[in-house]
Design a protein around this ligand. Structure first.
Ligand code: FNR
Length: 349
């Protein structure tokens, strides 16, 4: 059951990312789906430009240096097909110097024979920053097993109440999660990162996570892969369609999560290098991408994914050259103009 669900997730996520744009206006070449990121504009300063070779993309996450502020976020594992996907994603991460997370390792905890669908992430990226991924139902002992299997540098715990409720076979009890997270944090010997799965972490949630001892929050907001839609598509009646649009957008979650006591990662609906720069300017220390990179891999292959990530890093460097930001701290200090519904949210959160 879990294996076929993992394959369903890949198929439905890729179909979300390959759907034709909703209106004729969006069909122009190079158009992308509108997003709350469009409400964030850099103020252009024509004399701010610097020499490109001064730009340094390195960032610090959970006490370690990453070569670039970009990572392949949690997706998959648990079935033979997703094991191959994990291998290809790990090769792409290794070739481009990115960090990478496995998908949820609950399948491995239930059925250890699926271990080989997760281990390629470490085997093919031996020196990389690799994150294990579990939900908040895991016990501390289970968390240690998942971390040990792939010698993870950090553990991601995903919070996904909306997905579970819409998932026909999903969980219905979540009240134990804060205590479970605290118990895992106290036991494991790697930093714990808590993430959403595309509905966003609010400032209030991030403040609570800080109290629980969590090291980093990945806001994983609305705007990209939509797990309410994916799970609704797996229901016979598809009767949760009205949840479309639930959650905090990634830029809104970043604004809400500033100054809540935790370093922030941004993911959810990141479409191109300008969104990466915007997320860092809004306070993220690195930016994760899932569905879009998966879609490139499935529809165009591994070489195309490596080329895409390489182009993103090159263009992020170019954007920082225009903005006069020689490092991520300077990028985070760039002047921004915030408009639209994001401005309304900022004024009345
Ligand atoms: C996911 N995501 C996810 N997250 C998680 O913490 N554990 C998981 O097992 C999965 N599984 C998964 C499968 C597939 C096929 C996709 C596309 C995504 C969620 C993912 O990490 C991320 O939070 C969201 O997809 C939003 O980011 P994007 O896709 O908009 O870049």
């Amino acid at each position: 059951m879990t294996a076929s669900r993992k394959d369903d997730h890949v198929r439905l996520a890729v179909s979300q990312h390959t759907q034709t744009p909703p209106s004729p206006a969006d069909t122009a070449p190079h158009s992308v789906t509108p997003s709350a990121f469009d409400d964030v504009r850099f103020v252009h300063h024509a004399l701010a430009g610097i020499d490109r070779e001064r730009v340094d993309l390195r960032t610090r996450i959970a006490g370690q240096t990453w070569q670039a502020p970009l990572y392949i976020n949690a997706m998959t594992g648990g079935s033979p097909r997703t094991g191959q996907i994990n291998r290809d994603l790990a090769i792409a991460a290794r070739e481009t110097g990115l960090a990478i997370a496995t998908g949820s390792m609950s399948a491995f905890l239930k059925d250890p024979s699926t271990a080989g669908t997760y281990t390629p992430v470490r085997c093919h990226h031996p020196q990389g920053f690799v994150m294990a991924n579990l939900n908040a139902n895991a016990t501390p002992t289970q968390a240690c097993r998942a971390i040990d299997l792939i010698q993870a540098n950090a553990l991601q715990i995903h919070l996904n109440t909306v997905q579970e409720i819409v998932m026909p076979e999903g969980d219905r009890s979540f009240g134990h999660w804060p205590a479970a997270i605290e118990a895992i944090v106290e036991t494991v010997d790697v930093p714990v990162i808590v993430k959403e799965v595309g509905f966003g972490l609010s400032g209030r949630t991030i403040a609570l996570l800080a109290e629980l001892g969590v090291a980093v929050a990945d806001v994983a907001g609305r705007g990209g892969t939509d797990f309410a839609r994916i799970e609704n598509g797996r229901r016979e009646q598809a009767d949760y369609a009205y949840l479309d649009g639930w959650g905090l957008s990634t830029p809104a979650a970043l604004l809400d999560g500033r100054n809540q006591g935790l370093p922030l990662l941004a993911s959810g609906g990141v479409r191109h290098p300008l969104d990466v720069a915007r997320a860092i300017a809004l306070g993220a220390q690195a930016v994760g991408v899932s569905g879009l990179f998966l879609t490139t891999l499935i529809t165009r292959g591994l070489d195309a994914l490596i080329a895409q990530i390489t182009a993103w890093l090159d263009q992020l460097t170019a954007l920082m050259t225009i903005l006069g930001a020689s490092n991520l701290t300077e990028l985070a200090a760039c002047d921004l103009e915030i408009s639209g519904s994001l401005r309304t949210f900022l004024d009345h959160p």
